[in-house]
Design a protein around this ligand. Structure first.
Ligand SMILES: *Cc1c(COP(=O)(O)O)cnc(C)c1O
Length: 473
């Protein structure tokens, strides 16, 4: 007990520690409060270690180790919680890692709209108030040939706005095979309820025919025929669904709009790359009056939800009070317009939009990256067994279930270090490197890693090789 009291008395005061020269550089780039907090936390932790009976070998408690911990704490505290990671999972539209990386043009658009005043709601030619919808609407009309378009906060919002504006107090007919949950709490039946629409389920889980829709139509009651693209699962085997063409004929006959919730927003065919998904244009051509899709799935843009199609329906969405609550901010609008503009030339889109360039990247490219990463690692450390392997990547983000993209990974193993430990230490690196584990190996999938990130991965592994660490790491 006496001993503890002795040690507690030796704990330095915060102000004393703050005078340590080694902390001076941190005051330049950080708020003073942040440095103070780091020092206080270290002293508090020393105090609890003393009280818990953990003794210190010599009398001087506050040694270099403490100062190192303070410095690391300051570095950690100065980082944003939302920060860059290296995605080595091979999952391109990774929902947890921010879905789509934007093109250079989109990033530029964001930076400019962020730092300056803009034409957001201003018509420079007429010197009058303009509409924020115009910017993306024009380019979407040009690309898709649709009469009109509106972009809102995300596709969940587009679905909600569409149901609310077009089908409140009306019945919306949906196939039982398409009552999907997209993730989190986005379930078609729940959104329906929120939109004030009445869900009218037809058919069965595996088979729904056009006759099922026809039977469910009630004069004056039916407000919409909704087709939902089952983008995150597939029903296979004994199945049937009504085509958009059939739905269009039925809709025309009764004057009911046909809405297609497409999900991923593919704008160009990618069948030759193993992506078997309908495009926005194919859905419009097949007869959807409105097509709804995400900005940050296969489109490769910012978080957004886009509705394209007949002007009368888009106008009703634009003028609904909810449109204001769900509207897109200027940064996303700038990024979305720039993303769509890339599609004027599909070949440029494939090069400039990261989601597309990752999908279309060649085996040779990925193998090249894997080989150079391998040499970088071997030049720094001989701690790991590294080999280039053929693996399967995925689009992700609830797109294209069961469709795997053959890719190339660098496989990492080490004696005396489990794959779990390697994975965890890669995740603790700065920037964090997110990998996946396959049996005894850690896999770094080259499809989602940029060439510029390879040296960062190699350095992180070099640090991990020299890792002595404590029992918790
Ligand atoms: C992903 C998806 C949504 C939700 O889109 P968010 O942009 O994530 O809000 C809605 N419907 C379908 C079919 C989807 O695939």
């Amino acid at each position: 007990m006496d001993n503890k009291q002795e040690l507690l008395k030796q704990l330095p005061k915060i102000d004393e520690v703050l005078k340590d020269q080694r902390l001076f550089v941190f005051f330049e780039d950080n708020p003073r409060e942040l440095v103070v907090e780091a020092v206080r936390e270290e002293i508090d932790s020393l105090r609890s270690r003393i009280l818990s009976g953990e003794l210190f070998a010599d009398g001087s408690l506050f040694r270099d180790e403490s100062m190192e911990r303070i410095k690391n704490k300051i570095k950690d505290k100065s980082k944003n919680s939302l920060r860059r990671v290296i995605n080595a999972t091979g999952t391109i539209v990774h929902t947890n890692l921010g879905r789509a990386n934007l093109s250079e043009a989109a990033c530029h658009g964001i930076a400019e709209a962020a730092a300056s005043y803009s034409t957001l709601e201003y018509d420079v030619e007429r010197g009058k108030r303009g509409s924020r919808h115009d910017h993306v609407e024009k380019i979407i009309q040009k690309l898709t040939g649709a009469e009109a378009a509106i972009a809102v906060n995300n596709n969940a919002a587009a679905v909600l706005l569409c149901l609310t504006a077009l089908a409140t107090n009306k019945e919306v007919i949906v196939s039982r095979g398409e009552l999907v949950e997209i993730g989190g709490s986005f379930r078609i039946p729940d959104i329906m309820e929120q939109g004030g629409a009445k869900l009218r389920e037809v058919g069965t889980t595996n088979k729904t025919k056009i006759a099922d829709y026809r039977k469910a139509i009630t004069d004056g009651e039916t407000g919409m025929l909704l087709k939902v693209h089952t983008s995150n699962y597939k029903i296979i085997g004994f199945t049937a669904e009504a085509s958009l063409q059939e739905l269009r004929e039925l809709g025309n006959q009764y004057g009911i709009p046909v809405v297609h919730d497409l999900g991923s927003g593919l704008m160009i065919r990618l069948n030759e790359f193993g992506i078997d998904e309908p495009t926005v244009m194919s859905s419009l051509d097949a007869g959807a009056d409105l097509v709804l899709f995400s900005g940050d799935k296969l489109l490769g843009g910012p978080q957004a939800g886009i509705a394209v199609g007949k002007k009368e329906y888009i106008d009703r969405m634009k003028h609904h009070p909810l449109a204001r609550a769900l509207r897109l901010d200027k940064l996303s609008l700038a990024a979305l317009e720039a993303t769509f503009r890339e599609y004027i030339d599909p070949e440029r889109a494939k090069m400039n939009i990261p989601v597309l360039s990752m999908i279309t990247s060649s085996q040779e490219d990925m193998r090249g990256k894997a080989e150079s990463l391998k040499s970088m690692i071997l030049a720094r450390t001989d701690r790991f067994f590294v080999s280039v392997e053929e693996t399967e990547g995925q689009i992700g983000g609830g797109s294209t279930p069961n469709q795997f993209l053959p890719g190339i990974s660098l496989s990492i193993k080490a004696d005396g270090m489990s794959p779990d430990q390697i994975e965890r230490r890669l995740r603790a690196a700065d920037p964090p490197i997110i990998s996946r584990i396959n049996k005894d190996n850690v896999l770094l999938d080259m499809r989602t890693v940029y060439t510029a990130e390879l040296p960062e991965i190699a350095s992180a592994l070099q640090d991990i090789a020299g890792f002595r660490g404590d029992a918790h790491a």
